[in-house]
Design a protein around this ligand. Structure first.
Ligand code: GLN
Length: 463
């Protein structure tokens, strides 16, 4: 049963939300010691919510009635801890709801807990959490991907129906690919960032992770829409799943960007192409000449923004306070020492890139490159309706395998970062497996606010 079917049964009274939630809690308690996907189950509030949904009259129950949704630990839910998987915010309680949380509550979704992640969403493997790595439910020795790895593992293991992640350079799509599920990074500005702890504001977007394609579109519909509380929120109408006639649509394959692609992933990409061609899709060669610079551009820009966004965690405004600290400098040294090594590295890289001696060469240069990359996509979408590429350069790797090799970890974002740099939507979907039996994720990029087409095309490849 997918989430929309579950919700329909809860609305009609055939299923009780309370029963569903109790079962989910049992399942999470059984699986979580192995997976470490959840940092906390919101047992009391989830059960209270479920009882309130059951007590409503059927016609007033929402579209996600009784559906259990997990929140990535960087999304604020009033009265609950949101720690960003960091010691810095270990005990921080949200004073208000994120807009996406308001949307979920309005539709009677049950917010069941908060999921583990890379600290402050910085990472590609979920090994950067202050509370231990998440394990991939398909192979416990492997990473689930990051940074929304807890959310992906929670969905892939059947602990929850749906989960929210955030994607700054791939953090929804990459773990979706490693865990064999669906994840979308919506068009920048289509989902409110109000109440999402900022990593890099010009690239962050919240989005859905689900095991079912239809559920993904349903959740995006619930989450999206203009929000006056987010100054970067778009004025476009909210996303609505709609029928799209796919026959005759054009998909571009950017061969120049896909040089040196892992042969197993290339084979699966070719299979998807053949599958789509047989269903009336027309393929065209396209060029994305600057997309290969998205990763370096991304690391300069997002670290710069992070160095500024994370300045508020100083023990005075927000975050850990060491009471033994003497003067102001000592207090900065002691309090900000609570960040983990990756977060410190990004703050240093960002501070360096923004410094007056270097801004011209790094931050401002990266802004110019960003424009060129965006233009690649603007040009491509004059020619085609969507672009097909892999979600990741490799399948799920072993825990610890890349910790010493930062560059190779950073290159995990090769195919995902361009979407955030350009602001366009991209959907990661499972298609095929590698020789180890691990899922391969492919990705469809679309034009701004053209998510409906991506879902329609992915539907053709649904297994
Ligand atoms: N892997 C990327 C990083 O480490 C992306 C993270 C994200 O999208 N939040 O920054």
């Amino acid at each position: 049963m997918n989430a929309s079917e579950t919700a329909a049964k809860v609305r009609s009274g055939e299923l009780k939300a309370e029963e569903l939630v109790k079962n989910r809690i049992l399942k999470i308690k059984e699986l979580n010691p192995k997976l470490n996907a959840f940092l906390e189950i919101f047992e009391d509030s989830a059960l209270a919510q479920a009882r309130a949904v059951d007590a409503k009259s059927p016609e007033t129950r929402g579209r996600l009635a009784g559906v259990c949704v997990a929140l990535k630990d960087n999304i604020l839910y009033k009265g609950h801890i949101a720690s960003c998987a960091s010691k810095m915010l270990e005990n921080y309680k949200a004073p208000y709801n994120a807009t996406v949380v308001e949307h979920l509550l309005k539709e009677d979704a049950i917010i069941i807990g908060r999921t583990n992640m890379d600290e402050f969403a910085m990472g590609s493997s979920n090994e950067n959490s202050a509370f231990g790595p998440v394990k991939n439910p398909l192979d416990l020795e492997r990473v689930p991907g990051g940074s929304s790895g807890g959310s992906a593992a929670a969905v892939a293991s059947g602990m929850v129906d749906m989960a929210l992640g955030s994607d700054t350079g791939g953090s929804i799509r990459q773990p979706a690919a490693f865990c064999g599920i669906y994840g979308i990074k919506p068009t920048y500005g289509s989902v409110s960032r109000y109440g999402l702890v900022a990593f890099a504001s010009s690239a962050d977007q919240i989005g859905p992770l689900t095991a079912d394609l239809e559920d993904n579109a349903l959740l995006l519909e619930v989450l999206s829409g203009h929000d006056a509380k987010d100054s970067t929120s778009a004025n476009n109408p909210a996303f609505k799943p709609e029928e799209v006639k796919t026959e005759g649509l054009r998909i571009g394959i950017p061969s120049d960007f896909l040089e040196n692609l892992n042969p197993e992933i290339l084979a699966v990409l070719e299979a998807a192409k053949a599958d789509l061609s047989a269903k009336g899709i027309i393929f065209e060669e396209i060029s994305l000449p600057y997309a290969k610079y998205a990763s370096p551009c991304y690391y300069i820009l997002t670290s710069s923004e992070a160095s500024s966004n994370l300045a508020r965690f100083d023990g005075l405004r927000y975050g850990y306070k060491d009471n033994s600290a003497g003067d102001l400098e000592d207090s900065y040294l002691k309090d900000r020492a609570e960040f983990g090594p990756e977060v410190k590295r990004r703050i240093m890289l960002g501070t360096f890139s923004l410094g007056s001696a270097h801004a011209e060469d790094y931050y401002l240069k990266a802004q110019k490159v960003r424009n060129l990359i965006k233009n690649d996509f603007v040009q491509a979408f004059k020619q085609v309706d969507a672009v097909l590429m892999p979600a990741t350069p490799n399948t799920a790797f072993k825990i610890g395998e890349k910790t010493e090799d930062l560059i190779s970890l950073y290159l995990s974002d090769l195919y995902t970062a361009p979407a955030n740099i350009a602001g366009v939507p991209a959907l990661s979907f499972p298609y095929g497996k590698d020789s180890k039996g691990l899922p391969i994720g492919l990705q469809l990029y679309g034009n701004f606010f053209d998510e409906a087409k991506l879902y329609a095309l992915a539907k053709l490849l649904e297994k």
